[in-house]
Design a protein around this ligand. Structure first.
Ligand SMILES: C[S@@+](CC[C@H](N)C(=O)[O-])C[C@H]1O[C@@H](n2cnc3c(N)ncnc32)[C@H](O)[C@@H]1O
Length: 391
C-alpha cells in the first residue's frame, strides 16, 4: 500500500494544487489522531489519510475512497509531499514512469455508478465473478466479440493487471467493475445475461456466509439470466461443490448439469495449480428457464432537506441501529470548520454492507465517494439515517 512517513508535518492553508492534484481541505477526526485530506485529480475525488503517530506522521490513501489505477494515489502523495516540503523517513511511492495503457484504463474500469445509471448494451451480456488473473475472461472476450463481457473482481492488483491487458489487446467488448459480485447483479437488467461464470471462488470453509453463491445470489442470477442462460460454478473444492449443489437443488425448480474433470479451452492459474496436485475439478451448471419481470427504476438515495453540521454534531454519538435485515452505524466525525464536516458510517445488509462518508457542506449532505446504491436494505438504512438526522 503506497505511503509516506515523516517526522514533521508543517500544515499549509488549503486549497493548494500541484501537478494536477488539488488538496481542498483537511478534516480533523474528533477524539482521534486521524485527518482526511480531500483530494481531486481530473474527475477523481478521494481522501488521503494522515495518521499522527507517537513520533511521526503516516500519510496514505483512505481505503473507502480508494481510486484506481494506483499511480494516481502515488502521485497524489508525491504532490502532497512536494507542496509541504516534507523530509521523508520512509516512502514506497517512487515508481517507474507509468505506461500509457494505464492512463486509458478508465475505458475498461467503470465505477459502480456507471452500471447503476448509464450502462446499456444491445449485446447479450456474459459476467465473470472473481476473474483473478483474468485468463478465462480475456480468452472468452477475444473469442466472442458479439458478446458484452463484464468482469467482477475485488482484488486491486488483479483489476489493474486485467485492465492493462484489455488495453493491450484492444478489446472492445469487456468492462470491469471493482465491486462485490454479491451485490453487482442488482444493477443489471432482467433477462439480459447469457452466462455467469463463477470459477474457483474463495471456498470460505470457515465462513460460508461470505461465499458468492447463496440463495439471494441465485435469485438475482435467475432474474438477470435470459431463458436458457446458465450460472456456471467450477471448483476444486468438494465442500463448495456440495454446498452449491444443495443450494441449487433446494430451489422449487432446478435444471442442473454436473461434470467432473471436464477440460475447458482455457485453464486459469488456480486450475493449473490444482491439476498439478491431481485434484478433481467439479462443474455444476444451473440453466434458467424462466422469463423475469422488468426491474423497477432505481430510486436515488439523496438528502433533500438541509441540515447544518453544527446541528448534526450536537446530536452525534456513536450510534448503532439494528433492523431485521439491515443496520446503520455512525462511526466517526471529522470537522472541516464550524459549518462543515465529514461523518464515517456503515449501513445496509449485514453481509454486504456499505462503508461511506457523509459530507456536510453549506447545510447540504451528500454521500461520498458516491451515492448509496439503491438496493433494498440500503433504502431501509437511508430512511433510518434520515430519521436520525432530521428528528
Ligand atoms: C481463488 S480466486 C480464483 C480466480 C480465477 N477465477 C481463477 O480461476 O484463477 C477467487 C477470486 O475471487 C475474488 N472474489 C472473492 N470474493 C469476491 C466477490 N464477492 N466479488 C468479486 N470477486 C470476488 C477474489 O479476489 C479472487 O481473485
Amino acid at each position: 500500500m503506497p505511503n509516506i512517513q515523516t517526522k514533521n508535518l508543517p500544515y499549509r492553508v488549503l486549497p493548494l494544487s500541484k501537478n494536477g492534484y488539488t488538496f481542498h481541505y483537511i478534516a480533523q477526526g474528533s477524539k482521534s489522531d486521524e485527518k482526511l485530506v480531500f483530494t481531486t485529480f481530473e474527475d477523481k475525488k478521494f481522501f488521503l489519510k494522515i495518521i499522527e503517530r507517537s513520533d511521526d506522521f503516516l500519510i496514505k490513501h483512505d481505503k473507502l475512497t480508494r481510486v484506481a489505477p494506483i499511480y494516481i494515489i502515488k502521485n497524489a502523495l508525491k504532490a502532497f509531499q512536494e507542496l509541504h516540503a516534507l523530509k521523508l523517513t520512509f516512502s514506497n511511492i517512487e515508481s517507474k514512469k507509468e505506461a500509457s495503457h494505464l492512463e486509458k484504463s478508465d475505458d475498461y474500469l467503470k465505477p459502480i455508478t456507471y452500471f447503476a445509471n448509464e450502462f446499456q448494451t444491445d449485446k447479450e451480456i456474459w459476467v465473470e465473478v472473481g476473474f483473478g488473473s483474468g485468463r478465462h475472461l480475456l480468452h472468452q472476450a477475444a473469442a466472442h466479440p458479439e458478446i458484452q463481457f463484464i468482469g467482477l473482481e475485488i482484488h486491486g492488483p488483479s483489476i489493474e493487471q486485467v485492465t492493462k491487458q484489455c488495453k493491450i489487446q484492444n478489446l472492445e467488448n469487456l468492462l470491469i467493475a471493482a465491486f462485490d459480485a454479491r451485490i453487482f447483479l442488482e444493477f443489471l437488467p432482467s433477462n439480459a445475461v447469457g452466462k455467469i461464470f463463477v470459477h474457483f471462488p474463495v471456498p470460505w470453509d470457515k465462513k460460508p456466509h461470505r461465499r458468492v453463491i447463496s440463495t439471494a445470489f441465485i435469485d438475482e442470477s435467475t432474474r438477470v439470466l435470459k431463458k436458457e442462460g446458465t450460472l456456471e460454478l467450477r471448483t476444486d473444492s468438494e465442500n463448495y461443490y456440495a454446498y452449491t449443489y444443495e443450494t441449487f437443488i433446494s430451489l422449487t425448480q432446478a435444471d442442473l448439469h454436473i461434470r467432473k474433470n471436464r477440460e475447458i479451452a482455457i485453464s486459469s492459474k488456480y486450475e493449473d495449480r490444482w491439476k498439478k496436485q491431481e485434484k478433481n475439478i467439479y462443474d455444476i451448471t444451473l440453466t434458467n428457464h424462466t422469463l423475469s419481470d422488468k426491474k423497477k427504476a432505481f430510486e436515488k438515495l439523496t438528502f433533500q432537506k438541509p441540515l447544518s453540521f453544527a446541528a448534526f454534531k450536537e446530536k452525534f454519538s456513536p450510534y448503532v441501529f439494528k433492523g431485521d435485515d439491515f443496520f446503520v452505524h455512525f462511526e466517526r466525525v471529522y470537522q472541516i470548520d464550524e459549518n462543515s464536516g465529514v461523518v464515517k458510517l456503515s449501513f445496509g445488509a449485514f453481509e454486504k454492507c456499505e462503508h461511506k462518508y457523509l459530507i456536510f457542506n453549506d447545510n447540504k449532505i451528500q454521500y461520498f465517494p458516491y451515492e448509496a446504491l439503491p438496493i433494498e436494505q440500503n433504502l431501509k438504512s437511508h430512511q433510518k439515517i434520515e430519521e436520525f438526522l432530521y428528528e
